[in-house]
Write a protein that binds this ligand. Structure first.
Ligand code: ADP
Ligand code: ASP
Ligand code: MG
Length: 811
């Protein structure tokens, strides 16, 4: 025979109950069916009781809501001819319940004993109704009153089972039967006083029946398809674990996997009865088998779970070493006050004890401990107990974890990389779990990051927050849209854009913005400012968060420190941060290291060309840069390649601007400032402490053009000085040379300026907007290492940013 248990959601309404019947009828053998209250009713009953005890007449309304739930279900399930009897029975029971509540209301108090009696009505009524429905559908069903079968002590709220007495009752009751319907959760003392088995206890009731009847299997039917690698409501990528051991299941449920009430395993474990967890709403799915001897598929970590609402108590003091039995007394006090210790987070060394308890008990714990140690506290031997709240425990669980070194290292590194602060750590003596206490608001991020680390080793999610959607930003978003599925399949990177902002509005979607319609979403977004963009990212608190700056704004570049300090990586094509004050540049690099958050700016030099990355690799592998010679301005290269005596200088600059080869302010390019910034960044990346002022700039622009303050004036002055530019051109031509704007870094000194480049030189044939960099190093002393290619334009810049994102993905 089998025991089947259906939880609250599975019996929440008439429709769900009809699914339950289908499942039960498909079992062609005797079975015991244990059911919960209709979903949510237990909470409603507790709420009703609390209102009555507080002498709040609104308890009548919640009672009515309960009544409606059962009446509605009964009317939908029971044929009209049989309805009146069933409705009358339910009404009769509800009248008794009402009388009990009236009692609580009159006295203005509720005892644990009365509470158990009241709260049991949820299961009493659901089991009665479902039994009647089964009979009306032609099933040979019989009712079993769990209060007469499961015998407990009188610890109301969570009574302890007397297995011997329960066995005797069951032996007597279960003789000839086909389908037996029994309420879960409720039981009674030997004297017949109603008790309950604790919240979520219907699973336990079913296990008690399974053990008493030596069932061949215990089936727990619920609203998810098994025991998952993590709570599927928090971790979207979680999957059902096909097969898991009793111990692992127990450990996971003890640490918060609500799908199984922790005591459930005990009775079936002794008799080696397997448990399967199945989904009432997807019965075709395999679910999870819990039994002895799992193979684990060689996996070490089988699941991750968490418990919210944890408080940490720490008792410390200089005098603790001298006082014998402090820790014994500490645990005794907690136990006498009925406060259970969820985890001991530190070996109770002699001068400090630290334990995790339920937050709801924190106040009481503080009081009883401080009272009990009042004498020691008054002598300054011990400090008053420290209480920290708003915490949670997360735990990695697996039988085979003990055979593997380095798991905790991986766990803590993953948490650290995501800026999850660990308050305390514990490893179960069995080594079947490693648990950590973290802040409540980090739970979602921590679970997802750990899940990714231990279960999705192949897929990594990157969460992007993009500021600036102009030329480059827009192209960048388009490239992501096109590559998203390729990246997932081939690089195992799930790149999602979670936030987008421009200078006016911003939009967010925690599930990833649909890149087919980001423009519309952004236009309809909230008013944007940098502070609220940052705050929103912080609140979302997603793992692997990356801030992408596609602006040219100094103010935005000033925000990088904040991002890095929160372990949010920064990718930027904005050169300001790396080319302004050296102290700030150095600080950003050190923050990136400290907080494990990459700070990447490949596009600062040569757009998408791998210039900085090449330089980094040279240096990391022990090489030393002696000299750099480069043409670093795609815009100036475009200008001088296209400038001749058939076109005016002003026209060429205008063309460069129209084609997206210049900064929004073209003077930044033409004056050489942009090139100065780039060579400065290369010098700094080569290990030199240098400022922009240290660079010699031989500008080719007339002073008048340099002094302009807007684009219109700038272009006007270019036009006015056409003769000057024509002269630059012909001077070069007369020498059979071409004009190139060259940046040089030699012997720790840097200069930029227009040069005549003769035929045969590496720079002579540089086309279009190309860039070229020659690295002369210890390893490349004569023949330089050359990087050459398209060095300007929105498309290549966007793909350079993209490359940085991929670098972070592989980090
Ligand atoms: P029932 O009413 O059927 O007893 P519960 O609500 O008690 O159902 O338990 C099922 C719920 O447990 C799921 O809906 C899910 O939210 C939660 N849960 C938490 N951790 C896990 C996990 N590791 N695997 C599956 N479910 C989990
Ligand atoms: N109805 C009870 C509860 O909500 C028992 C159960 O559903 O398992 O706690
Ligand atoms: Mg449950």
């Amino acid at each position: 025979m089998k025991v089947l248990k259906f939880g609250g959601t599975s019996v929440a309404n008439a429709n769900n109950i009809s699914l339950v019947k289908k499942i039960v009828s498909s079992h062609n053998e005797p079975c015991v069916v244990t059911v919960s209250a209709l979903g949510g009713v237990t909470d409603l009953l507790l709420q009703t009781a609390a209102l009555a005890a507080a002498q709040d007449t609104s308890y009548k309304e919640t009672l009515e809501a309960i009544e409606t739930r059962y009446f509605d279900a009964a009317k939908a399930l029971i044929p009209v001819t049989a309805q009146s009897g069933v409705l009358a029975h339910i009404k009769k029971e509800l009248n008794v319940l009402e009388t009990l509540l009236e009692g609580a209301f009159l006295i203005g108090e509720i005892t644990p004993k009365l509470s158990d009696k009241i709260v049991g009505y949820g299961e009493l009524l659901s089991s009665y109704l479902i039994c009647q429905y089964f009979i009306s559908e032609g099933l040979d069903a019989k009712y079993a009153d769990s209060r007469k079968l499961i015998v407990t002590d009188d610890q109301h709220g969570k009574a302890q089972v007397d297995f011997e007495a329960t066995q005797a009752q069951c032996d007597a009751f279960f003789k000839d039967y086909n389908v037996v319907l029994a309420p879960g959760f409720i039981a009674a003392t030997a004297q017949g006083t109603a008790t309950t088995l604790g919240r979520g206890g219907s699973d336990y009731s079913a296990a008690i029946y399974a053990a008493a009847l030596n069932a061949e299997i215990l089936e727990i039917w619920t609203d998810v398809s098994g025991m998952y690698t993590a709570n599927p409501r928090v971790v979207k990528q979680a999957r059902a674990i096909p097969h898991i051991s009793y111990e692992e299941a127990m450990e996971l449920s003890h640490f918060g996997a609500k799908v199984l009430y922790p005591p459930t395993i005990q009775p079936v474990l002794q008799k080696k009865i397997p448990i399967v967890i199945k989904n009432t709403f997807a019965p075709e799915e395999a679910g999870t088998l819990i039994s002895e001897n799992t193979n684990g598929n060689g996996k070490t970590v089988r699941g991750i779970s968490h418990i919210d609402g944890i408080a940490l108590l720490s008792l410390e003091g200089p005098g603790m070493i001298g006082i014998p039995g402090v820790s014994m007394k500490f645990f005794q006090i907690l136990s006498q006050a009925d406060i259970s210790v969820v985890m001991i987070t530190q070996a109770s060394s002699e001068h400090s004890i630290c334990v995790g308890i339920s937050e709801s008990m924190a106040q009481k714990a503080e009081q009883v401990i401080n009272e009990a140690f009042a004498h020691e506290i008054s002598l300054n031997q011990i400090e008053p107990v420290k209480v920290e709240t708003q915490l949670a425990i997360i735990a990695l669980v697996g039988d085979n974890m003990k055979h593997h070194q380095g798991l905790s290292g991986r766990m803590f590194r993953t948490l650290g990389q995501n800026n999850v602060n660990i308050r305390a750590i514990a490893q179960g003596a069995s080594e079947k779990n490693i648990s950590a206490v973290i802040r409540k608001e980090d739970v979602k991020k921590a679970l997802n990051a750990l899940h990714e680390r231990f279960f999705e080793e192949n897929i990594k999610q990157l969460n992007l927050f993009v500021m600036g959607v102009g030329n480059v930003g827009g192209k960048f978003l388009n490239q992501i849209k096109q590559q998203q599925s390729y990246l997932r399949e081939n690089l195992k990177l799930n790149v999602r854009v979670i936030g987008i902002a421009n200078s006016r509005t911003m939009t967010f979607n925690e599930e990833g913005i649909d890149l087919n319609q980001w423009e519309a979403d952004l236009a309809a977004g909230a008013k944007a400012d940098q502070g609220s963009f940052f705050e929103k990212i912080q609140t979302l608190n997603l793992r692997n968060s990356i801030f992408v700056d596609n602006t040219a704004s100094a103010a935005v570049s000033e925000s990088y420190q904040n991002y890095l300090k929160n372990s949010i990586s920064v990718v930027t094509c904005n050169k300001i941060a790396c080319s302004a004050d050296y102290g700030n540049y150095a600080e950003l690099k050190s923050l990136a290291k400290k907080y494990n958050a990459p700070f990447l700016f490949e596009t600062n030099v040569g757009a998408g060309l791998p210039i900085i990355d090449t330089l980094k690799n040279l240096i990391a592998s022990g090489d030393r840069v002696r000299k750099i010679q480069a043409v670093l301005s795609g815009s100036l290269n475009f200008v001088f390649n296209n400038f001749n005596d058939g076109i005016t200088f002003q026209e060429v600059v205008q063309q460069a601007m129209d084609q997206g080869y210049t900064e929004p302010d073209p003077k930044i390019d033409l004056s050489g400032v942009d090139v100065m910034r780039k060579i400065l960044i290369l010098a700094r990346e080569s290990g030199h402490q240098m400022e922009l002022d240290d660079i010699e700039n031989r500008s080719f622009l007339p002073q008048e053009a340099l002094d302009t303050t807007n684009n219109a004036d700038f272009f006007a002055s270019l036009e006015k000085n056409e003769a000057h530019f024509q002269q630059l051109f012909s001077a070069a031509q007369n020498e059979n040379s071409r004009l190139k704007y060259v940046a040089e870094f030699v012997d720790g000194k840097t200069n930029v300026g227009l040069q005549h480049i003769p035929q045969g030189h590496d720079f002579y044939n540089l086309e279009g907007s190309d860039n070229i960099v020659l690295f002369f190093t210890d390893r490349y002393p004569e023949q330089p290492l050359i990087v050459k290619g398209a060095g300007a334009g929105a498309d290549v810049t966007a793909s350079g940013i993209f490359a940085d994102i991929i670098r972070i993905g592989n980090f």
